[in-house]
Write a protein that binds this ligand. Structure first.
Ligand code: 45D
Length: 319
């Protein structure tokens, strides 16, 4: 049997992922620009309350000081225009800088603007704003999904903002990545049903923010597939991805299943919860890892799925 990344994506194919996330994200994408900003404001005033106040971190926000100073000097009209430019992917200097922020830096940027909107330093929502029926429909759709799916939708909207650097002529800007220092070392979480050393080392390395150790477990041409995304292939690309998005996560795998397949390959499905540094223990995301290990015990493929429901944590059927 010869595996390709494409065929590896189908291991444990009966795993039910949270399809409501791309569906709701697509609903949001169809809103007009003012409705988008209004939706985000209402969604954030609800969900933002569960954000851990220390999450963005003073040191991280310092990285964006120049841009924040510019924004503070702007009139409310200019600030509103800035937010519209970001959400319409317009080509402006700040919209270009934003495109080079890592995902967590993008979230931190908006977190700061949201705080300043509450204080009136950045243009707040207009008084007497009437919600359109389109905004109401997306808000209702978001209210029906669980919190881990809600925060994923919110995150998606922020990731998609800014001027796409692949369309820009200058590609040499510096990427701003946030770091989330750990206050304590995490314990080794035993996984009921799985003792494979590669899998255990992967979780331990990620829980210690040791990207190098995690990436060393991958085969040369190995791949990592994040939730709702295409596989990221090769050690270099996986390293860049994990430096940006894999920091500060708390992974609590609980159960799993291991199986030998052909030619010395093994497959492992593990379920459990993952906490993001933004919400800490307030939001436990239900996650599955689907590993395909090569005969040398290296990671040829691992998919990370956001599960449709907690019931899926028990779905460990060999398929
Ligand atoms: O436009 O094993 C305003 C991997 C109004 C790695 C606003 C992983 C205007 C490998 C309100 C100001 C990473 C794949 C906007 C595992 C406006 C691995 C602001 C999984 C935008 C397990 C909005 C990790 C704001 C996972 C401030 C699944 C919104 C991580 C803030 C998931 C939203 C992390 C925030 C998630 C959302 C984090 C802070 C889903 C954070 C979400």
């Amino acid at each position: 049997m010869n595996y390709t990344i494409e065929s590896a994506r189908n291991i444990f194919s009966n795993t039910q992922v949270a399809d409501a996330v791309p569906a709701t994200t697509a609903m949001f994408a169809k809103l007009n620009i003012d409705d988008k900003l209004a939706f985000l404001w209402y969604a954030y005033t609800e969900l933002g309350r569960t954000i851990t106040p220390a999450a963005p971190g003073k040191a991280n926000l310092q990285l964006m000081e120049d841009i924040f100073n510019q924004i503070k000097r702007m009139s409310h009209e200019e600030q509103t225009q800035l937010m519209r430019d970001l959400a319409t992917n317009a080509d402006t200097p700040i919209s270009r800088s934003y495109a080079y922020f890592g995902v967590n830096a993008k979230l931190g940027f908006w977190w700061q603007l949201g705080e300043w909107m509450k204080q009136g330093i950045v243009a707040p929502m207009p008084i007497g704003y009437q919600m359109s029926s389109e905004v109401k429909a997306v808000l209702e759709a978001v209210q029906k999904i669980d919190q881990s799916q809600q925060i994923t939708v919110l995150r998606n909207t922020v990731v998609d903002m800014g001027f796409d650097p692949t369309q820009a002529s200058t590609t040499e800007a510096e990427v701003i990545n946030f770091t989330f220092p750990r206050t304590s070392q995490l314990p080794q979480f035993p996984i009921e049903g799985v003792t494979d050393p590669t899998v255990l080392k992967y979780i331990a390395a990620m829980n210690a923010d040791n990207v190098e150790a995690a990436v060393a477990l991958f085969a040369n041409n190995g791949a990592l597939q994040p939730p709702f995304q295409k596989p990221i292939v090769g050690r270099e690309a996986i390293t860049a991805y994990l430096r940006d998005e894999g920091q500060g996560l708390v992974m609590k795998p609980t159960k799993g299943i291991s199986e030998s397949i052909e030619d010395g390959y093994t497959q492992h499905k593990i379920t459990g919860t993952v906490e993001t540094p933004w919400f800490g223990g307030n939001v436990g995301m239900n996650i599955a890892w689907r590993f395909l290990l090569d005969p040398q015990g290296q990671i040829y493929f691992v998919a990370i799925d956001l599960l449709a429901s907690p019931k899926e944590l028990l779905n460990l059927v060999r398929k």
